[in-house]
Write a protein that binds this ligand. Structure first.
Ligand code: NI
Length: 183
């Protein structure tokens, strides 16, 4: 496995890639699994809870996520290793979304240190191929629904800041540029 560079919006070249619409994947094979392994490792190292292939410069319809214990009701004992629960989505589609929406303060590894509230459908039904190429259909709500919709936006070249007002979006990019320059 290898760490990949995450593209960020402060770079004009990176932003141009992030705006691309990702292509469907023809087959879930070992080469694709190797990419998904790299993406997961890169996501954990960042750290983040979701990553689309386009964010590491591969504009194909692949997402990795790990929501871990975030929705667990029991408290995680102090000093315990976080439970890893990686999930993989190839050619995901949203086949249904609820009328009801819910707000969530989102962030993105390609827009570092920016957190803004985005309103999305509260529940969705999705269909995708998993790590083994099996077709899965399942319902998502809560953080799962937020995260999968955020990641699927990436496959369309859409960033969460594109859901904000023009002013807030431009201000977010300016902040990331300023932070990158200072670093
Ligand atoms: Ni993102």
């Amino acid at each position: 496995m290898a760490l990949r560079r995450i593209l960020t919006v402060d770079s004009t070249a990176d932003l141009a890639v992030l705006k691309q619409v990702s292509a469907p994947v023809p087959a879930v094979d070992d080469a694709l699994r190797a990419l998904m392994d790299d993406m997961l490792e890169t996501m954990y190292a960042a750290p983040g809870i979701g990553l689309a292939a386009v964010q590491v410069g591969e504009p194909i319809r692949v997402i990795v996520m790990d929501l871990g214990d975030r929705e667990a009701t029991e408290e995680i004992p102090e000093g315990a290793e976080p439970t890893r629960n990686p999930t993989y989505y190839v050619n995901p589609e949203i086949v249904w979304s609820s009328e009801e929406t819910a707000p969530y303060e989102e962030g993105c590894l390609s827009v570092p240190e920016i957190f803004e509230e985005v309103e999305r459908p509260a529940r969705v039904k999705l269909r995708y191929l998993n790590y083994n190429g099996e077709q899965i259909e399942e319902d998502a709500d809560g953080l799962y629904a937020v995260c999968i919709q955020h990641e699927m936006d990436h496959l369309q070249g859409v960033l969460f800041i594109d859901h904000l007002s023009r002013l807030k979006r431009d201000r977010s990019i300016a902040k990331v540029k300023k932070a990158a320059k200072a670093a």
